[in-house]
Design a protein around this ligand. Structure first.
Ligand code: ADE
Ligand code: ZN
Length: 331
């Protein structure tokens, strides 16, 4: 295989994608029409793509677009369509971050949002054999109280497909330590945790997350590269980095793939993965991330397979499921 070819035959895995953020303009328009919802004209640009200027504006546009997901059937369709696209690109394992806060903003209960997503995952498994799981997330700029509401729903209504907990949102204004109690109770209940850190805040945000939250992985974590001691600590502690190169370029963290620290973090011994984050907003897919890693980070087929192995090893799904996938694929 040459590195110029699309990496279609490499089995792929994804640990970091926001489910509500997988619905592209076409699906958002279809769901809005189905729910008699009028979308603001400026949600899309002239070519029909989502239109946003900076990260905080992205979060606003994301909230509006996500508000079209109003019923369990809508969640089922968003999930099934995303996993179908993933399967077509050779993705075998995907963890989807869901946001009960967005669901409740659209009038849906925690259980309804879960039922819809679970149906989409089961339908996609039956159709394509892809394994999907759910990481339930809270949104840090919605505040600690709402994060507790999400955590309590997880604890009250456990579901076999909910395998982890995470937190996204505006990192700059909302420090991880504020959420220590939320994470602690889920961790004590046995739910593995991840958190967005080191995306819009530098190494200090990652250090605080590691000191205050019981996380095994970091969403992004990319800005650890600014502190060699921290990189060494991440490597030594085998904290897995859910890296999202195209997302980071789209939101202005790095100018281009050549400037992205993915290769540097890997060379320093960190456990690095490839993820799409919010694919239609950033004009990417899991397959595209693997292609970029081949073209820009110098990964050959074996290197890409090793990334998939890292992702599946670091997955939060039951050990037996993950071991079975690794064995079936010879990874
Ligand atoms: N929510 C959706 N996408 C996000 C991102 N890239 N960072 C933080 N929160 C998010
Ligand atoms: Zn994210």
């Amino acid at each position: 295989m040459t590195v110029e070819e699309p990496q279609v035959e490499v089995p792929k895995a994804e640990l970091h994608v926001h489910l509500e953020g997988t619905a592209g303009p076409d699906l958002v328009r279809r769901l809005a029409a189905r729910n008699d919802q009028v979308l603001p004209d400026d949600l899309f640009d002239g070519s029909g793509a989502f239109q946003w200027s900076d990260f905080l504006h992205f979060l606003e546009v994301y909230d509006i677009a996500s508000s079209v997901i109003r019923t369990p059937q809508d969640y089922r369709d968003v999930t099934f369509e995303y996993l179908s696209q993933c399967a077509a690109e050779g993705v075998v394992y995907a963890e989807l971050m869901s946001s009960p806060d967005h669901a409740s903003g659209a009038g849906m209960s925690y259980q309804d949002h879960l039922d819809g997503i679970a149906q989409g995952i089961e339908d996609a498994r039956a159709a394509y054999g892809i394994e999907g799981f759910i990481i339930v997330t809270c949104v840090r700029h919605f505040g600690v109280e709402r994060a507790h509401v999400v955590a309590d729903a997880i604890l009250r209504q456990p579901h076999p497909l909910v395998v982890g907990f995470g937190m996204g949102g505006d990192e700059a204004g909302h420090r991880p330590g504020l959420f220590a109690d939320v994470f602690a109770k889920l961790h004590e209940a046995g739910l593995p945790c991840t958190v967005h850190a080191g995306e819009f805040v530098g190494p200090e945000g990652i250090r605080e997350a590691l000191e205050t939250l019981p996380v095994k992985r970091l969403g992004h974590g990319v800005r650890a590269v600014e502190d060699a001691d921290l990189v060494a600590e991440l490597a030594a502690r085998e904290i897995v980095l859910e890296l999202c190169p195209t997302s980071n370029i789209a939101t202005g963290l790095y100018a281009d793939y050549g400037a992205h620290p993915w290769p540097a973090l890997k060379a320093a011994g960190c456990r690095v993965t490839l993820n799409s984050d919010d694919p239609p907003y950033f004009d990417t897919t899991v397959g595209a991330e693997y292609d970029h890693a081949a073209h820009h980070f110098g990964l050959d087929g074996d290197g890409l397979r090793a990334v998939t192995r890292t992702s599946i090893e670091a997955g939060f799904a039951p050990e037996t499921t993950r071991q079975a996938i690794l064995a079936r694929l010879g990874l």
